[in-house]
Unconditional design. Sequence first.
Length: 136
Amino acid sequence: MLVKIIHPTPLETRINADMKKILIVDDEKDILFVLKTYLTQKGFDVVTTLSCDEGLNIFYSVKPDLVLLDVNVGSEDGREMCRTIKDQAEYQHLPVILISANPYALKSYENHGATAVIHKPFDLENLFLLVSSKIK
């Protein structure tokens, strides 16, 4: 699938204040680029980061409507970030989707509070459908 990069105009930037926000945490820059580009074209406001530590800081400042979170983020475990978020009462209902190439890493996703999982490699349209069904 060919992904076209769209740069918002100043008017679009003001309108985007009402867009649903997605935080994506993954240590693979190519995946972050493709996901941000694709989901932005689909109408979401997307913020990305390469680490869970930075992801938590961004999470608390941006307050996203959904988190896409890789299980293995360098030496960090995305499941722990998920648990940190979900252990807080105000975020228990926030959708967090875990992503991993390792199917065994996703088996216990509910134990970490994740809403859903998606396996790498994934189809962008299927990812969009999953995100759209979970985001409020």
